[in-house]
Ligand binder design. Structure first.
Ligand SMILES: *[C@@H]1O[C@H](CO)[C@@H](O)[C@H](O)[C@H]1NC(C)=O
Ligand SMILES: *[C@@H]1O[C@H](CO)[C@@H](O)[C@H](O)[C@H]1NC(C)=O
Ligand SMILES: *[C@@H]1O[C@H](CO)[C@@H](O)[C@H](O)[C@H]1NC(C)=O
Length: 255
């Protein structure tokens, strides 16, 4: 073998060895729930086909397609998605349960980012009932607290990690919603399953929350493994004009 050829064979083997050692490692993507040395908690659920869809036992199914792929000769990969706007961690606009609000234009693009971002309290609600007036009263949430994330039995039961929708989830009853509206300054209501209203009070509790157009409901938050207490919450919906719901990315930052 000529010296040049030998050199290139050696170089080639060397490159393959380096790839084998380093290439694979560096191609393992990080997937985290917590960032910044335990300071930043991702409280949005990862979108995937087996996540639950309200009222269905089939999960959301395929929502992502790759009509342009590099493997088929495109210059880049370009995917498309199709997703009900109330899928996974999402936000409701007043138009979700008030048709005339949606007609008037109260869509996701009109939601107040000041309500969706700021000091927040993560609390555990009593586990033996839905979120009633009595449970609200027992939480003793002081006046002046504007953003509260309510963690319930839904998190203990890991309902958002199950493909089948469970309609026995915990949510607000109508009197729980009314108690919150009348006795607190809460404007951001975060819950840990697909609806802020319990199944038996689905419509009535939403109507109570959304009537003033001041309260924003963020649903299906991922509140596992986050200590209760005070944080800064940061939630950003997509600017979907005309939509009454949107996926939302929310994080909590430890103060
Ligand atoms: C590009 O598309 C291919 C399929 O053609 C897929 O295997 C690959 O993961 C895609 N890459 C990225 C960066 O999305
Ligand atoms: C590439 O195109 C073929 C034929 O249209 C299709 O069956 C295949 O799924 C495509 N692959 C990707 C990665 O898009
Ligand atoms: C909450 O209410 C639903 C019906 O809306 C019910 O199925 C469920 O058992 C209740 N959960 C608790 C903990 O009381």
């Amino acid at each position: 073998m000529k010296r040049g050829a030998l050199l290139s064979v050696v170089a080639c083997a060397f490159a393959v060895a380096i790839l084998a050692v380093h290439g694979d490692d560096s191609l393992v993507p990080p997937r985290r729930e917590v960032y910044g040395n335990g300071r930043i908690f991702d409280i949005s659920h990862r979108y995937h086909p087996d996540m639950p869809e309200y009222g269905s036992d089939k999960g959301i199914g395929q929502f992502l397609w790759l009509p342009k792929s590099m493997k088929n000769g495109s210059i880049a990969n370009n995917s498309e998605m199709k997703l009900p706007t109330h899928t996974g961690t999402h936000v409701d606009s007043p138009g979700h349960f008030y048709d005339h609000y949606l007609d008037a234009g109260f869509d996701i693009d009109t939601l107040d980012l000041d309500v969706l971002n700021g000091p927040a309290l993560l609390v555990d609600v009593p586990r033996d009932s839905n979120i009633t007036a009595q449970s609200m009263e027992s939480l003793n949430i002081p006046r002046g607290i504007v953003r509260v994330l309510f963690r319930s039995l839904n998190t203990d039961k890991r309902l958002m990690f199950k493909k089948e929708c469970d309609l026995s989830y915990v949510g607000f009853t109508e009197d729980g919603a009314r108690w919150l509206v009348e006795n607190t300054d809460i404007k951001l209501v975060g819950v840990d399953y697909l609806s802020a209203g319990s199944y038996d009070h689905l419509i009535s509790s939403h109507l109570v929350f959304l009537k003033s157009r001041e309260i924003i409901l963020v649903e299906a938050l991922k509140l596992d493994d986050v200590p209760a207490g005070f944080y800064s919450v940061h939630c950003l919906p997509l600017r979907l004009s005309g939509a009454e719901g949107s996926p939302i990315r929310c994080i909590l930052i430890k103060n």
